[in-house]
Design a protein around this ligand. Structure first.
Ligand code: CTP
Ligand code: MG
Length: 229
């Protein structure tokens, strides 16, 4: 298979992370998170180019048209992450066919490992796509609404979904549009594909591929990005 394009949703507000700017522009070891995420992906030989999806009122993206020598296209996102991903798919160059696989990777996951990306591409391209994920390791509790544990849920067969997620361009765009038309907010690409009848392959990836979400996650990402190569 040829190299794949990657859509990077980076149009969120980062409400939970706080700070003076959206989290994707806050520093991880001195450099903006989005730059770290892009550099890590650009270093992967199987990635051909990027569509970075930013908010309509973004005032922080420093306009570049290549990263690591690979082309970068900018698109404008929407209100939900899934709207931003769909906008990114539509902005892919015509050289990316409807049946070609594309990767979707959160700007907020700057610690993804190259070896995990390679495994995802290798394993998920044999079928209709898949995602990096990890089996749940903690005991899972059901709360009653007042933070009291009323039951312990089975952990077997439950996974945490990460990115990258990898699907065919046309099939993913159709699945995202179907969900949007039905008024359903899908939290990831795999959820849209599941609704469309596809069972994405869960490819076990390293748990240090964290999604920087809260203020405390920045220190963790600094630590992890120094060692996950
Ligand atoms: N994202 C996006 N468009 C949106 C919402 C989110 O492109 N309308 C992106 C974010 O920029 C991030 C990724 O999707 O890279 C994962 O979303 P999340 O971690 O929830 O980021 P935010 O929505 O920005 O954070 P929060 O939910 O705390 O506001
Ligand atoms: Mg969000």
């Amino acid at each position: 298979m040829d190299a794949l394009w990657c859509v990077i949703p980076a149009a969120g507000k980062g409400v939970r992370a706080g700070g003076d700017r959206p989290k994707q522009y806050q520093p991880i070891a001195g450099r903006p998170m989005l730059d770290r995420t892009l550099e890590r992906l650009a270093a992967h030989p199987r990635i051909a180019g990027f569509v970075v999806v930013i908010a309509a009122d973004d005032g922080h993206f420093s306009s570049v048209d290549t990263v690591g020598g690979k082309p970068l296209i900018v698109a404008t996102g929407g209100g939900e992450r899934s709207d931003s991903v769909l906008a990114g798919l539509l902005a892919l160059p015509p050289s990316v066919g409807e049946g070609d696989f594309v990767l979707v990777h959160d700007a907020a996951r700057p610690c993804v490992r190259a070896t995990d990306i390679s495994r995802l591409i290798e394993l998920a391209s044999a079928g209709e796509g898949g995602l990096l994920a990890a089996p749940l390791r903690d005991t899972l509790k059901r709360a009653d609404g007042q933070d009291r544990s009323v039951a312990t849920e089975p952990r077997d067969g439950r996974w945490r979904a990460f990115t990258p997620q990898m699907f065919r361009r046309g099939a993913l765009a159709r699945a995202l549009r179907l969900a949007a038309d039905a008024g359903i907010v899908v939290s990831d690409e795999a959820m849209a594909m599941e609704r469309a009848g596809v069972s994405p392959l869960l490819v076990e990836g390293s748990e240090d591929n964290i999604k920087v979400t809260t203020p405390a996650d920045f220190a963790l990402a600094e630590f992890l990005s120094g060692r996950t190569r």
